[in-house]
Ligand binder design. Sequence first.
Ligand SMILES: CC(C)(COP(=O)(O)OP(=O)(O)OC[C@H]1O[C@@H](n2cnc3c(N)ncnc32)[C@H](O)[C@@H]1OP(=O)(O)O)[C@@H](O)C(=O)NCCC(=O)NCCS
Length: 247
Amino acid sequence: MGKQGDGTWMKQMGMIGAQRGAPTIAAGEIHLWFDAMEAPTAQILTLRQTLPADELARAKRFHFERDRRRFIVARGLLRQLLGSYLALPPPELRFTYSDHGKPALLAAQNPHGLQFNLSHSGEMMCVGVTRGRAIGVDIEQVRPIDDMMGIAASFFSPRENEMLAAVPADQRELAFFYCWTRKEAYIKAQGQGLSIPLDSFDVTLVPGEEARLLAVRNTQPDEAARWTMQAFAPVTGYVAAAVVKQM
Ligand SMILES: CC(C)(COP(=O)(O)OP(=O)(O)OC[C@H]1O[C@@H](n2cnc3c(N)ncnc32)[C@H](O)[C@@H]1OP(=O)(O)O)[C@@H](O)C(=O)NCCC(=O)NCCS
């Protein structure tokens, strides 16, 4: 993954747990990290020790042990990763939350204005990191979905539904998840949750076509041009997308 047409550098950085030292990020760069959320119990216990009381309380509330373990690994690896950028011990990081729940670093701990976003699906997580630019990421395990076209009809825009229906049947599942991850990444970059109607904007979805925000309605006419979008496939069986505010 390299330089985009708009001068943005997207770098697929590799596995969070394998990263050593302090990564540096330049102003125009976007770093994309991933990892598995399944881990041996000893590693989960180590990561658990890095979580503050509010995150431990959240971990306790999961009904299923598997979800609890995955949450601990995701938060633990997120803290490890951001701590390495900031040269801070993972337990000392403090997150603040927007009204819609998007976590961010506490300004006092964040001299270079790092922004990040986390996503998880199945066994995988991914994290996008920028300097001073809003970012949203979404990862999805490509899997059969009951009533896929019905879900698309409910959540995707008319233009996206037309494009999806025209995709050959054997590629439609992949196209569905391209659309889903790109829409979700845009929503997450904005950080407003579903207060942005899902049918108020269009993304590309045809396999082989560049990931792009095609149009955004009900807002400024140049809204689509204010964001850059990138699709990536961190591991086989998963697709992911990142959306970042232009500099
Ligand atoms: C959080 C939200 C924005 C995404 O949830 P999701 O897709 O289930 O989950 P993801 O794994 O991609 O992202 C969750 C992570 O995003 C971060 N997050 C939470 N709220 C967020 C927000 N408002 N904006 C951006 N990121 C947010 C958190 O780090 C969270 O993980 P954590 O709680 O374990 O730390 C969810 O509230 C939402 O609105 N989902 C829309 C679902 C939908 O109908 N999508 C249709 C797409 S076509």
